[in-house]
Design a protein around this ligand. Structure first.
Ligand SMILES: Nc1ncnc2c1ncn2[C@@H]1O[C@H](COP(=O)(O)OP(=O)(O)OP(=O)(O)O)[C@@H](O)[C@H]1O
Ligand SMILES: [Mg+2]
Length: 354
C-alpha cells in the first residue's frame, strides 16, 4: 500500500485515543482547563457515567470569539510561551485536549471573556466544526460533551459499568480538588450533588487540611501529622496519616507536584517504605504530599495523560520525601512519649498543686 498523509479528522481521532481513554480523562482535561483559566469555582455535571453527558462550567478567564475558534484546533494553545518545554507551570501545554474530545464526541463550548460583552458558542461534532454563534453567559466557560466515543465505537466497547466510570470521574475531580483547595468544586449527576467542596481561601492556616478532610475524611485529618521539608529550591509540604489508618493499595498516597496530581509508583513505594512495619504488610498509609519544584527540574511531557512525570534528580526527591515522612512519624512518636511523661509527672505532683 502506498504511503499517504492522513486527513486531519482521522489524526485527531487517533490522538484522542491517547488523550481521552475514558470519561474520567475528559473530566480531568476540562477541569484542568478551568483551573488554568484561573477559575474560582468549577461545577461538573455527569450523566450516564460520562458517556451521555459531561458538563464543566467555570468562572475563569473565558475566551474571545477568536480564541474560541482556535481552542478547538489541534496544537493551538495559549499556555506555551515560545518554544520552551522546560518551564511549564500550567496543567495543559499541548493544545490537544479539546480537538481530541471534539473528534470523538459532540462538543459544545460556550464562553465569554472577562473583559468582553458578548458570549459565543462553538460546536464540534465528531470532528466537524460549526461556525461560531452568539450566546448568552456570564464571564467564564461551559464545556458540554455529549455521546462520548460515539465516533469511535471500538473504544465505546471498552467502557466499564456506568458505576465504575462514575467512580473514576469522582476520583479525578477529588484529586484535582485536593491539589487546589482555593477553588470551589461541585460534582452532580444531574439530579443531585454528589460532592460539594467550598473554597478554602489561601493564607488561612491549614487551608489544605480543611480540603483534605472533606476529600479524604475527617478520620484522616484529625490525627494527621504535618510533613514539611526542603532541600535547595525543592519543597515538600503535606500530611501523613497515623499508621493505624491504612488502605489496600497505593492509591491512598496522593502526590501533587506543582499543582498537578500525579501518579508515581516509585514515590508511593518510597512513602510506604518510610512507614516500615508500622503499617501491616501489603497495606498502604494515607498520605498527601505537595511538592514545589522549579519547573525545569521535572519533565511533565512523558505521558499522554500528563499523569506521570520525571524528576531530573529522582533520587534526591525521593530521599527528601522519605526523610520528611520519617521525621513526621518520629515527631509524632515523640509527642506520644512526651504526653505520657506529662501524665506521669502529674501523678508525681504533691496533692493540691495545680
Ligand atoms: N475553560 C477554559 N477557559 C478559558 N480558556 C480555555 C478553557 N478551556 C480551554 N481554553 C483555551 O483553549 C486552549 C486549548 O485547550 P486544550 O485543552 O485543547 O489545550 P491546552 O490546555 O492548551 O493543552 P492540553 O492539550 O495539554 O490540555 C487553551 O490553551 C486555552 O487557551
Ligand atoms: Mg487543556
Amino acid at each position: 500500500m502506498a504511503i499517504r498523509q492522513l486527513p486531519p479528522n482521522l489524526i485527531n481521532r487517533i490522538a484522542a485515543g491517547e488523550v481521552v481513554e475514558r470519561p474520567a480523562s475528559v473530566v480531568k482535561e476540562l477541569v484542568e482547563n478551568a483551573l488554568d483559566a484561573g477559575a474560582s469555582r468549577i461545577d461538573v455535571t455527569v450523566r450516564g457515567g460520562g458517556l451521555q453527558l459531561i458538563c464543566v462550567s467555570d468562572d475563569g478567564a473565558g475566551m474571545s470569539a477568536r480564541d474560541l475558534e482556535l481552542a478547538v484546533e489541534r496544537h493551538a494553545t495559549s499556555k506555551l510561551e515560545g518554544e520552551d518545554l522546560s518551564h511549564i507551570l500550567t496543567l495543559g501545554f499541548r493544545g490537544e485536549a479539546l480537538p481530541s474530545i471534539g473528534a470523538v464526541a459532540r462538543l459544545a463550548i460556550t464562553s465569554r471573556a472577562q473583559d468582553e460583552a458578548e458570549a459565543y458558542r462553538i460546536d464540534v461534532d465528531g470532528g466537524r466544526q460549526s461556525p461560531l454563534k452568539p450566546a448568552a453567559r456570564a464571564a467564564g466557560t461551559d464545556v458540554e460533551v455529549r455521546d462520548l466515543f460515539y465516533a469511535t465505537p471500538a473504544r465505546l466497547k471498552f467502557m466499564k459499568s456506568e458505576r465504575a466510570e462514575t467512580a473514576a470521574i469522582s476520583d479525578a475531580v477529588k484529586r484535582l480538588a485536593l491539589a487546589h483547595p482555593e477553588v470551589a468544586f461541585s460534582l452532580s449527576n444531574g439530579e443531585r450533588t454528589t460532592l460539594r467542596l467550598d473554597a478554602c481561601p489561601p493564607g488561612l492556616l491549614d487551608h489544605a487540611l480543611t480540603r483534605l478532610g472533606r476529600v479524604l475524611g475527617s478520620e484522616f485529618v484529625e490525627d494527621a501529622m504535618h510533613v514539611s521539608a526542603a532541600r535547595g529550591p525543592v519543597r515538600v509540604e503535606g500530611y501523613a496519616g497515623l499508621p493505624t489508618l491504612h488502605r489496600p493499595n497505593g492509591l491512598s498516597i496522593y502526590l501533587v507536584v506543582n499543582g498537578r496530581p500525579v501518579r508515581d509508583r516509585l514515590i508511593a513505594g518510597t512513602v510506604r517504605a518510610a512507614y516500615g512495619d508500622l503499617v501491616p504488610r501489603g497495606r498502604y498509609p494515607l498520605v498527601t504530599l505537595f511538592v514545589d519544584i522549579p519547573p525545569d527540574e521535572v519533565d511533565v511531557n512523558v505521558h499522554p495523560a500528563k499523569t506521570e512525570l520525571r524528576f531530573r534528580d529522582a533520587n534526591g526527591v525521593r530521599s527528601l520525601l522519605i526523610g520528611a515522612v520519617r521525621e513526621a512519624l518520629a515527631a509524632a512518636g515523640h509527642r506520644a512519649t512526651a504526653s505520657l511523661a506529662q501524665e506521669a509527672l502529674q501523678h508525681m505532683r504533691p496533692p493540691g498543686e495545680a
